[in-house]
Write a protein that binds this ligand. Sequence first.
Ligand code: RP5
Length: 165
Amino acid sequence: MKKVAIIMGSISDMPVVEKAIKTLQEFGVPHEVHVYSAHRTPEEAHAFSASARENGFGVIIAAAGMAAHLAGSLAANTTLPVIGIPMKSTTFANGIDALLSTVQMPSGIPVATVAVDGAVNAALLSIEILAVADDELAGKLAAKRAADTKKVLAANAEAEAKYNC
Ligand code: RP5
């Protein structure tokens, strides 16, 4: 199976990024975690994305806040799919600064952007991409959907029993 790369711009992003790591672990998807910054370690970030395909990766997840150039700069150096997680790293604008920086890519260099701090969906989207060519993984995704549906319906039954008259 191809690996998923999780790159974050700062170790301060880890509390959110851990949710993506946990999701990949739950699905048994091989992954690597790195701290590379578009601004503080531009050469390492460039080298990583430029060699990611030949190093066995299928998807790159990039988490960054504030100016949030990481996902776009990684995408500039690879044709692998890049998923951006805009981080709510400061109280300024509640992460909308990072959301706009991550999502507003110029034509030709796409970044699939999830919600602010949307680490679980970033991991799930990366798994969905790998599952296009992996029926076993697709089965695990279907099982999770079914389990999630069951949980919501159980909560609905509980709410209905308690509040409806
Ligand atoms: C971004 O700036 C990082 O991804 C982080 O979200 C934000 C703040 O980084 P630190 O100042 O906490 O290292 O590059």
